[in-house]
Design a protein around this ligand. Structure first.
Ligand code: HEC
Length: 102
């Protein structure tokens, strides 16, 4: 786990957000840190090589998103998205964040 993520975990534990809201906030941070913007767009930001993710929560469930992030090819053999080096924790936070976008 990165120091930044550890700091967020510590920080959100002391706020009054609900469990999901804080997990989604961590996921947003992971999204920035892991270079997802290198291929995807989120609203007006990012690189339009891969699908825009602004409303991806309306398309896929949180469980599907987590599996996708851990191994895209396993969900869809023809996937072009590379398997990224995400920890279980990062994938869970990212999935919570993405699932909230709808
Ligand atoms: C090297 C480019 C690249 C990077 C980096 C990348 N992706 Fe992707 N991603 C893709 C491509 C291309 C697709 C389209 C599906 C496919 O692979 O054929 C995709 C698909 C997706 C989908 C499914 C979208 C849909 O509409 O079904 C999600 C969710 C996603 N990416 C999330 C992420 C997240 C989160 C990150 C950062 C951790 C990330 N991606 C980093 C290239 C990338």
């Amino acid at each position: 786990m990165t120091a930044a993520l550890a700091a967020i975990l510590g920080f959100t534990a002391t706020t009054t957000f609900g469990q999901d809201a804080s997990l989604a906030a961590q996921g947003q941070r992971v999204f920035n840190d892991q270079g997802c913007y290198g291929c995807h767009t989120m609203g007006k930001s990012g690189t339009p090589i891969a699908p825009d993710l602004s409303f991806v929560g309306a398309k896929h469930s949180e469980a599907y998103l987590r599996r996708w992030l851990m191994d895209p090819q396993q969900q869809k053999p023809s996937a072009h998205m590379p398997k990224l080096e995400l920890s279980e924790t990062e994938a869970r936070a990212l999935a919570a964040y993405l699932a909230s976008l709808r």
